[in-house]
Design a binder for this molecule. Structure first.
Ligand code: PAF
Length: 280
């Protein structure tokens, strides 16, 4: 396994692999890898000749009062985990390499980037689309792997790939959870023991929605009310949003007669956790 920090070097490697007819699988990450990331790497390992994992805490997807500075970083542990998982190359540029002086171009995802998480994080998805498109251009993968935990991110990137005619297959991999159901996230380390204990209510709410749907409930308001009751059991939680939306345009659905995304974001102090499920 090698670590590449330089865009030209990464580009040269990708060009060579492609000329040799090798398929490249990309797992884009911001590092501080957990089992969720490793499940993406394993999927990539099984389906491609070459696996590249990018590790880049992307400044353009963090708002001014967000956690860019304190976002957890551990390159040593990440390298060891990648090596063990069979990654061929870690691409780890610094911010200066990705956004040199004079940088001005951004990918704007439009209205779907302003819904759900986009309400409290208005520039987030523009930053995500921009960096992911840059990574696609630098690494030229045939396949790219993303987690279902970031459901809105996946749907927006799928839209970007279609709208900009990118020749890349996106793969959405299931949410990986802790034993008590909390979705794995690099941000879980921010939680105090008490917040961590109460954070399982997100999964309780997800399970409640799935259970009601399986029992035949199709009214969004009824499902959302039952989910709110679950979240209310976490006294330290402050719900940012809890919604049932269409999977393509992310607009609210009253009656569930098609595939929908049930999504939530919940604050514990300044830590914002997300979870979701797809019904139908
Ligand atoms: O999901 C993430 O970790 C990030 O949003 C991504 C896709 C690596 C872009 O910075």
């Amino acid at each position: 396994m090698i670590i590449v920090n330089n865009i030209d070097e990464m580009h040269d490697l990708s060009n060579k692999w492609r000329q040799d007819g090798k398929s490249i699988g990309l797992v884009p990450t911001m590092g501080y890898l957990h089992e969720g990331h490793l499940s993406l790497i394993n999927a990539a390992r099984g389906e491609n000749d070459i696996v590249v994992t990018s590790i880049f805490v992307n400044p353009s997807q963090f708002g001014p009062n967000e956690d860019f500075e304190r976002y957890p970083r551990d390159m040593e542990a990440d390298s060891a985990a990648c090596e063990l998982a069979g990654v061929d190359v870690i691409f780890a540029p610094d911010a200066q390499e990705m956004y040199p002086e004079g940088y001005t171009t951004y990918v704007e995802p439009g209205a779907i980037g302003q819904r759900l998480c986009g309400v409290t994080r208005p520039i987030h998805f523009r930053g995500v689309c921009t960096v992911v498109l840059k990574l696609f251009n630098i690494i030229q993968p045939l396949n790219a792997y993303f987690g279902q935990k970031d459901a809105q991110q996946y749907l927006i990137l799928k839209r970007m790939v279609a709208d900009l005619n990118l020749d890349i297959n996106l793969h959405r991999m299931p949410i990986i959870r802790e034993a008590d159901g909390l979705a794995k996230s690099s941000r879980n380390v921010y939680l105090t023991p008490e917040q961590r204990e109460q954070a399982t209510m997100l999964f309780a709410a997800v399970k409640k929605a799935e259970q009601l749907y399986r029992a035949g409930e199709r009214d969004s308001a009824t499902i959302l009310a039952a989910m709110s009751d679950e979240l209310a059991k976490a006294s330290l939680a402050k719900v940012d949003y809890l919604q049932i939306v269409e999977t393509d345009n992310l607009l609210p659905v009253q009656h569930i007669d098609r595939e929908v995304l049930v999504a939530m974001a919940v604050y514990f102090g300044s830590t914002r956790l997300i979870d979701n499920t797809i019904l139908g």
